[in-house]
Design a binder for this molecule. Sequence first.
Ligand code: MN
Length: 288
Amino acid sequence: MRLALFNKGRLGLVDGDDLIDVTDQVAGADTAGPAGALQRCIEAASDGATVPFELDGRTRIPLADAALDAPLPRPGKIIGAPVNYSDHKAEMEYTTSVADLGVFLKANSSVIGPGEDILLPYSDKRTDQEGELGVVIGRITTHVSADDALDHVFGYTCVLDITVRSGEDRSTRKSFDTFTPIGPWIVTADEIPDPDTLDLRCDVGGTTRQRTNTADLIFGVRELIAYTSSVMTLHPGDVIATGTPAGVGPLAHGDRVVLDIEKVGRLEVGVDGSRATPYEQRPGRRDR
Ligand code: MN
């Protein structure tokens, strides 16, 4: 199944070129609040029961006519994997990888959905795209083994881990509002038996910058879930951005960023630099 949020919070099942509104088939989904109806759906399925959607006779909305929102507008946690592809490690001249660095957190207020704009904060500091496979956790997960890790996945989505190249901690550089585009939907895990086999491509301004297969991840999806769950309990709806391959680069005002992941989907967002300000004008004293 591909599940999306659309038209300001409705829950839709993608069927071909249509969306079928299933909001009223998940208890509480119509009043799910800022976490959204799909979060409610993931929680409802967290005991292992699949939600049996009734599709016959339902209104179909052409996808082309629907305004898709981020499938999870405010995830409980967004976890990132630093330096999880060897070719990205090489391009950044890093000497350490995810195996040394562990994971980091991004603010959940940084999420935007398809068609929205990444806002560039600084006029004179690079803000880069990082195209990544996103894993959506489906069950409470703590100290899970790599062998059992995929049983804890609800599904997969596309994630852009937008990043300022400056000196601050990762959690700052990656947490600006709009810095985590997610979508266009979540594909349930049953459609992707092995997430470590997916082609990934990220284009910026019509040029392909990143092209990889998730087989090249240093910590594969199973290993990354196992490691992360040894640090922190994962909850239904938490999102893990699995890391980016080589080809990160600066975004410019007016760019379109397109992330395409095999069997998952195609996420497209814009870039708006019209409110960017000089880095030196950021708040805070720097004389001590
Ligand atoms: Mn990243």
